[in-house]
Design a protein around this ligand. Structure first.
Ligand code: GLN
Length: 495
């Protein structure tokens, strides 16, 4: 493995900006590694070697002219989840219905990466339209977990997490609608943040459930994740739900956390997120993490959020309702696939045939559930009730944050399961989102940071740290302090 692919993004940036290595060399090392190993993992759907090298050379040229780096991560390459548009590569969202489609415009997030001098190595695999917890719902085949290739890498952003864990990219982008950044981070021993809703632009992020979707940063360290978070966050007039507020200083918080203790920080353990269907090794790892936080001086108390237990039920009505509306745009006229257009079918039939052939089973299931939940006569009973639960969950958070600065829980109730194990049992799959969903429903923020391996299977476990709206800096302070005190994590054997 090339030395360059094992470094942190922060260290790579230091080497590039001091001209000890060029961005082109760093990008080439990652492209070589992708070519050598990605057949084992299936993290990438598309590799954009030429355009990544071009972006790298532009950074090198600018540095050679004596210009200041465009951002603290200028020259450090990244893997982009295939749900953000980019004009120089396809956007499929892991779906057949978008096969062969290239967007005519860059997502705001993509444009921010380019402006920051971050070369994009390619697009990563995902569950179709971000629906799933295992990346098995991709129309292009599953991604495999670098810790054990017979297991899932989490989802829907399994490709981004696997790319990081197998050293194919030092940075990655994900989206988190119900946990798709945090749960893949947990099961691959990487770091991922779901930012406060409205702080990372959704313009050019292909919509799953618009009131929940949020792009966010993924890395192998807390500092790298904070550095990337600062690059992608900020107000965007092109996104009607974007907040026009100052983003807190995330990198400073991460640096302070890594150096300092947690004296005076009040940490709440969510009672409802640690009893029930949890794996023993996950609970043991969580208890050990609590001990580390206490050693750092944090004041740890138990907090009750009674409505969280209804989170999955509410989410799996709200999300499908929004999906059934958002995915109506895939009508065979505007994008990608077109089936049955031979003159023998009406345009309605072409739309139906295209949707039948182009969407996978999980997407169809959610469109059906959402259409049902929104139909006249059932709207109040299902969608309306779910919205009330959403309110109760936000109220639980608000009450909890009157008592504590951050809340913690395991990120996922269990470690990476075997590929195929839960594909026929959607409810078992949905349980993976037990701890992550409340944050999406409330629009607050959370991070997952590795907390060791579960004793029974030697697979990674994640600690989730949650914070109020616009308090994303608290995530980084606590996560960085914890990461420094936890000690080094073992590396995957890259089986
Ligand atoms: N696993 C969740 C789902 O299937 C989360 C998806 C996401 O965050 N995009 O809906």
């Amino acid at each position: 493995m090339s030395d360059l692919t094992t470094q942190s993004a922060a260290d790579l940036a230091g080497l590039i900006h001091s001209k000890q290595v060029s961005s082109a060399e760093v990008v080439q090392a990652h492209l070589d590694r992708i070519a050598a190993v990605d057949a084992n993992f299936g993290a990438f759907l598309h590799v954009a070697g030429e355009s990544a090298l071009k972006a790298a050379r532009a950074v090198d040229d600018s540095l050679a002219r004596g210009e200041a780096p465009a951002s603290p991560l200028a020259g450090v390459p990244l893997a982009l989840k295939d749900v953000f548009t980019a004009t120089d590569m396809p956007t499929t969202c892991g779906s057949k219905i978008l096969e062969g489609w290239t967007a005519p415009y860059d997502a705001t997030l993509t444009a921010k990466l380019r402006a920051a001098g971050i070369p994009i190595l390619g697009k990563t695999n995902m569950d179709e339209f971000a629906m799933g917890s295992s990346t098995e719902n991709s129309a292009y085949g599953p991604t495999r977990n670098p810790w054990d290739v017979t297991r899932i890498p989490g989802g829907s952003g399994g490709g981004s997490a696997a790319a990081l864990a197998s050293f194919q990219a030092p940075l990655a982008i994900g989206t988190d609608t119900g946990g798709s950044i945090r749960q893949p981070a947990a099961v691959t021993a990487t770091v991922g943040t779901k930012p406060t809703y409205g702080t990372v632009s959704r313009y050019g992020l292909v919509a799953c459930a618009s009131s929940l979707d949020q792009g966010g940063p993924c890395g192998r360290t807390v500092l790298d994740t904070a550095l990337l978070h600062e690059v992608i966050a900020g107000h965007d007039p092109l996104d009607s739900t974007s907040m026009n507020v100052a983003i807190p200083d995330l990198v400073a918080a991460a640096r302070a956390g890594a150096q300092g203790d947690l004296k005076g920080v009040r940490v709440g353990v969510v009672k409802e997120l640690k009893s029930g269907a949890y794996q023993d090794g996950v609970l043991a790892s969580f208890d050990a993490a609590v001990a580390v936080l206490k050693d750092l001086g944090a004041e740890v108390v138990e907090v009750s959020c009674p409505s969280f237990v209804y989170g999955i039920a509410a989410y799996y009505l709200i999300l499908p309702s929004e999906v059934s509306s958002n995915l109506a745009r895939f009508d065979a006229l505007r994008y990608g696939l077109r089936v049955g257009d031979d003159g023998s079918n009406s345009s309605d039939q072409v739309t139906a045939l295209t949707r039948e052939a182009g969407f996978g089973p999980e997407v169809k299931r959610r469109i059906m559930i959402g259409t049902y939940a929104l139909s006249a006569g059932y709207f109040d009973e299902f969608y309306g009730q779910a919205l009330k639960v959403r309110r109760l969950i936000a109220d639980d958070f608000a009450r909890a944050y009157e008592q504590v600065d951050v809340l913690i829980s395991p990120t996922s109730p269990f470690t990476a399961w075997k590929i195929g194990e839960k594909v026929d049992d959607p409810l078992a799959m949905y349980m993976a989102d037990l701890c992550t969903i409340p944050t999406n429903l409330a629009g607050t923020c959370a991070i997952s940071v590795p907390s060791g391996l579960a004793a029974e299977d030697n697979l990674p476990v994640g600690l989730q740290i949650m914070a109020p709206v616009m308090a994303d800096d608290r995530l980084y302070r606590v996560a960085a302090a914890y990461e420094a005190a936890r000690g080094a994590m073992p590396l995957p054997t890259l089986s």
